[in-house]
Design a protein. Structure first.
Length: 87
């Protein structure tokens, strides 16, 4: 299974998310991009990307690695799904 994120990962990535949202909104206001759903989705996606990247970086610094059994568990689930689809 996937490993749970560390407390530092959660704290720092949350802070980075809100800083990225503030900065991106400010930048897009300066560029004159009108407010709307597309702009909101763009800000959300870019801030989420920055937050996830920061969280991954924090876990790498802390020495936390992903669970090596996760790919084998995924393969087992896919095989079980294929077998049930064939029945």
């Amino acid at each position: 299974m996937l490993a749970l994120p560390s407390i530092w990962n959660i704290l720092i990535s949350s802070i980075v998310f809100f800083i990225a949202v503030w900065y991106l909104r400010r930048y897009l206001d300066e560029q004159g991009l009108p407010k709307g759903i597309t702009r909101s989705l763009l800000v959300f996606m870019l801030a989420s990307l920055a937050s996830c990247g920061t969280g991954t970086f924090i876990d790498k610094i802390a020495g936390k690695k992903a669970d090596p059994a996760a790919p084998t568990v995924l393969k087992q689930l896919l095989n079980a799904a294929k077998q049930s689809a064939q029945e």
